[in-house]
Write a protein that binds this ligand. Structure first.
Ligand code: PBG
Ligand code: ZN
Length: 324
C-alpha cells in the first residue's frame, strides 16, 4: 500500500520506537580484542599509527587485561613479537616462546578470558614472510610442517582456540590432524579463510614488526577483486574442519561477509583491521568526524553485513559505550 497510508517515518518518531524496531545491535559478546605482546620487560609502547593500541611486555600486560576483563570482553587474539627472528620463525614452536609464555600467563591469572592465538610466521621470520622461503616465495607444504609444531605448542601452553592467518593451502586440515593426534580435539579452529592482500594492514606491520623484507604477500593472500574465490576458500576450509571462518579486512569486503552468510551455515568472524582503525582515529584527531559515532556505525555495519564475531582494536571503546 503506497503513500499516504504507508509512512515509514512513523517508526522513527523517537528513540523508544527506534530501539524497538532496531534490527542490528552490538553487544560486548560480539567482540574479540587483539593484543600485542613483545619479548622483554617494562615495555608499554604506543603504536604510532594506532593511537590507543600498545605493545606490552608480559609484566605490563595485567593493566590491559584487567580492563578487558572488567569490560566483559570475552576473548583476546594474541600476536607475539619475539626477540629472536630466524629464517623459518622457529620461536613459534618454542615452548618458552613469547606466545607460549603469554598463553600460560593469561590462563593462570585470567582463567575467565578466552585466549585465541594467531597462527602465522611473519612476526618471527627474519624476512617477514608468512612461512618458509623457497626461490623467493613461501613454500606451502614446508610451512605446513612448521604449522603443526606451532599449533601443538600453543595447545600445550593452554590456548583455547587457534587462528591460522597465513593463507597456506590445506592449513586447516593440517592443524586439525596435528591437534587431534596430540590429544587436543576439543580446540577449535578459526580460519582466516578469505584474507585479502590488503593495504589496510599497513599499521599492523608496524605494530607487529612484520613487514616483508622484499616483495609482497600476493602469492598467498587473495586478490581484492575476487569474490567467488573467497567462497571457494570458505568451502574448502569448512570441508577441512574449520569451526569459524573469517573475512579480512572487514569494511572493503562487507559484500563477501554477506555472501558467505547467505551460502553457508557456520559462524563468521570479520577482522576490522589496523588501517580501518587508523583512518577513523586520524580523522577523529583532526576533528573531521565524530570519532565515537563513526566507530559505532562502522562496527554495526560489519555485524549487519553478517558477521557473528568482530575482531577490533575498538573493542574496549565499544564496550565502554555499550556499558554507559
Ligand atoms: C599476519 C597478519 C596480518 C594481520 C593479522 N595477521 C598482516 C599481514 O598479513 O600482513 C593484519 C591485522 C591488521 O591489519 O590489523 N599473518
Ligand atoms: Zn603472516
Amino acid at each position: 500500500m503506497p503513500f499516504p497510508v504507508n509512512r515509514l517515518r512513523r517508526l522513527r518518531k523517537n528513540e523508544n520506537i527506534r530501539r524497538l524496531i532496531r534490527e542490528t545491535t552490538i553487544t560486548v559478546d560480539d567482540l574479540i580484542y587483539p593484543v600485542f605482546v613483545e619479548d622483554g620487560e617494562n615495555i608499554e609502547k604506543e603504536i604510532f599509527s594506532m593511537p590507543g593500541i600498545y605493545r606490552y611486555s608480559l609484566d605490563r600486560l595485567p593493566k590491559e587485561l584487567d580492563e578487558v576483563v572488567n569490560l566483559g570482553i570475552p576473548a583476546v587474539l594474541l600476536f607475539g613479537i619475539p626477540s629472536h627472528k630466524d629464517e623459518v620463525g622457529s620461536d613459534t614452536w618454542n615452548e618458552e616462546g613469547i606466545i607460549q609464555r603469554t598463553i600460560r600467563f593469561i590462563k593462570k591469572n585470567y582463567p575467565q578470558l578466552y585466549v585465541i592465538s594467531d597462527v602465522c610466521f611473519c612476526e618471527y621470520t627474519s624476512h617477514g614472510h608468512c612461512g618458509v622461503l623457497h626461490d623467493n616465495d613461501v613454500d606451502n607444504d614446508e610451512t605446513l610442517e612448521n604449522t603443526r609444531k606451532q599449533v601443538v605448542s600453543h595447545a600445550k601452553a593452554g590456548v583455547d582456540m587457534v587462528a591460522p592467518s597465513g593463507m597456506m593451502d590445506g592449513v586447516v586440515k593440517t592443524i586439525r590432524e596435528a591437534l587431534d593426534c596430540a590429544g587436543f580435539d576439543h580446540i577449535p579452529i578459526m580460519s582466516y579463510s578469505a584474507k585479502y592482500a590488503s593495504s589496510y594492514y599497513g599499521p599492523f606491520r608496524e605494530a607487529a614488526d612484520s613487514t616483508p623484507a622484499f616483495g609482497d604477500r600476493r602469492t598467498y593472500q587473495m586478490d581484492p577483486g575476487n569474490r567467488k574465490e573467497a567462497l571457494r576458500e570458505v568451502q574448502l576450509d569448512i570441508e577441512e574442519g574449520a569451526d569459524i571462518v573469517m573475512v579480512k579486512p572487514a569494511l572493503a569486503y562487507l559484500d563477501i561477509i554477506r555472501n558467505i552468510k547467505e551460502l553457508f551455515n557456520i559462524p563468521i568472524a570479520a577482522y576490522n583491521v589496523s588501517g580501518e582503525y587508523s583512518l577513523i582515529k586520524a580523522a577523529g584527531k583532526l576533528g573531521w568526524i565524530d570519532e565515537k559515532k563513526v566507530m559505532m556505525e562502522t562496527i554495526t555495519s560489519i555485524k549487519r553485513a553478517g558477521a557473528d564475531i568482530i575482531i577490533t582494536y575498538f573493542a574496549k571503546e565499544v564496550a565502554k559505550i555499550i556499558k554507559s
